[in-house]
Design a protein around this ligand. Structure first.
Ligand SMILES: Cc1cc2nc3c(=O)[nH]c(=O)nc-3n(C[C@H](O)[C@H](O)[C@H](O)COP(=O)(O)O)c2cc1C
Length: 467
């Protein structure tokens, strides 16, 4: 069986994820494996039609495809995302993938690995591939006997499935653009009084592709949003910034937050002087496949030099998106998760999906108004499992296995009391232990069962009565 392995790490041959597949190659030598270091070679693939066609030809003549990628910001690396965009830009590429059996293998610290796999699964369904399943390995799992064994068994099932041509199910319906030619026509500002900034700094970040029709609605939505304010609002287009490339995965930043791109392009200066200094961030973009553009992905990946420190903590964030966001709940999940972990308050997502210009006008104005109001009272909404769970992953890993190399994170987490392990809740642990001891008595248990509900709510009742 000929298997094409699409490697999504910028580290190419040094990739941990690639080594997981090299291990499969060693254990299942009867198959032919063809590796492509996609994320590392994206510039070549963008420029050289020949290099890109070589991959497509190999895909055409293969029986199976393995997507082998590291997690990058709840998704895949920006360059891998760009490769996926290139596929959809070329019809012959889409045709080559159709009907191929496929397996998605990732390595990570399991932080939002589900959203990355949802994304790749969606892409496989869009390409009409036969998606067998996903294997989300921890970075070092391969060093453990039981994990290696499990990995091999899963791979064997995959190979068997391809050989026997077993059926596979679909998960994600195709994204439908109800009226792709919808033109947003902003109206007059209904409310005559403009919104004052009250000393707050609003920054709009966009990735508008000038001169293309696809960006027209977005451009008009941004302009309409700006119109609500009494002052000029700054907008920075990621496409105008001098960004030399995406994150290299070199981890040089882990020691002291110094990125290896320092002095080579404008990204770090832009992030430090603009993004970190704003009170209100408005991220704006166009849906491309099942995410925003790879340029936006590059923005997120490059911000890794701050590593796991919530440098945007306390800010308000809103989204203006052109495209069918409601059909991609995974994308909303990524943003909500990311905001919660970084202690940002999500104001709203405004899209042009309603295809109703008046409604879009109103929503944009409401976004502008809410952004200032929330910022004035410093409102950060309570976290859900997205934030609580995600923060605990970082806390545990930075305290243990990632303490080296992430020295800057460790110092920050220690200083700011982020190592809030449950074992430190001594009082509640003591009470729990005492109650467990007393529960050995049948009589006590009977009494507890009678009073459980009333005792639980008692202190809250008391507090409200006192108010
Ligand atoms: C910029 C960057 C972003 C990352 N984002 C995530 C993430 O969102 N979730 C996660 O679990 N791990 C994340 N990681 C960790 C990598 O996925 C992990 O180290 C992976 O095993 C690296 O594999 P590779 O050697 O094949 O590149 C990130 C690493 C980097 C450098």
């Amino acid at each position: 069986m000929k298997i094409i392995v699409l490697v999504g790490s910028p580290k190419g041959d040094q990739s941990i994820t690639k080594h997981y597949v090299l291990y499969l190659q060693k254990k299942f030598p009867k198959h032919q494996y063809v590796f492509f270091n996609i994320a590392q070679q994206i510039k070549k693939l963008e420029k050289s039609e020949e290099a890109f066609r070589e991959i497509i030809n190999e895909v055409s003549s293969s029986e199976a495809i393995i997507w082998a990628f590291p997690l990058y910001y709840c998704l895949v690396h920006a360059n891998y995302k760009r490769f996926i965009e290139l596929l959809f830009e070329r019809k012959e590429a889409v045709n080559a993938f159709r009907g191929k059996y496929t397996l998605a293998i990732s390595t990570s610290i399991h932080f939002y690995d589900h959203t990355a796999h949802n994304y790749i699964h969606g892409i496989c369904d869009d390409l009409e591939m036969r998606y067998f399943g996903r294997y989300s390995a921890g970075m070092s799992d391969i060093m453990k006997d039981d994990k290696r064994d499990k990995f091999l068994k899963f791979a064997a099932l995959f190979f068997n499935s391809v050989e026997k041509k077993l059926p596979t199910s679909k998960c994600y319906p195709k994204i439908v653009y109800p009226n792709p030619n919808f033109e947003y026509l902003p109206g007059e500002l209904k409310i005559k009084e403009k919104i004052g900034l009250g000393g707050k700094k609003v920054l709009i970040i966009s990735d508008v592709e000038k001169g293309t029709n696809s960006s027209l609605n977005l451009q008009k939505m941004i302009a309409k949003f700006k119109e609500s304010f009494s002052n000029e609002i700054e907008e920075i287009n990621l496409r105008d910034l001098n960004i030399k490339g995406s994150c290299l995965g070199c981890l040089q930043c882990a020691y002291d937050n110094r990125c290896s791109y320092i002095g080579k392009d404008d990204f770090i200066d832009f992030y430090d002087s603009k993004v970190k200094k704003a009170d209100i961030l408005i991220y704006t973009g166009i849906i491309k496949d099942r995410y925003l553009s790879s340029r936006w992905k590059m923005f997120f990946d490059r911000s890794f030099y701050n590593t796991h420190i919530p440098v945007l903590m306390g800010k308000q964030i809103g989204f203006i998106i052109s495209g069918p966001l409601s059909q991609i709940p995974n994308l909303r999940e990524i943003f909500l998760g990311w905001n919660e972990i970084n202690r940002l308050n999500t104001i709203d997502f405004v899209t042009d999906e309603s295809q109703n210009s008046e409604e879009i006008d109103d929503l944009l104005h409401a976004l502008a108004s809410k952004s200032i109001k929330f910022s004035e009272i410093g409102f950060i909404n309570e976290e859900t499992m997205r934030g609580v769970g995600g923060k605990n992953i970082f806390r545990d890993d930075i305290w243990s296995g990632l303490r080296f190399p992430f020295r800057a994170d460790y110092k920050f987490y220690k200083k700011h009391g982020f190592f809030d392990f449950p074992y430190k809740k001594r009082k509640s642990i003591f009470i729990s232990k005492m109650m467990l001891f007393l529960s050995r008595s049948k009589g006590f248990r009977k009494e507890i069962n009678k009073r459980m509900k009333s005792e639980m709510v008692k202190p809250i009742k008391k507090m409200i009565e006192k108010m």
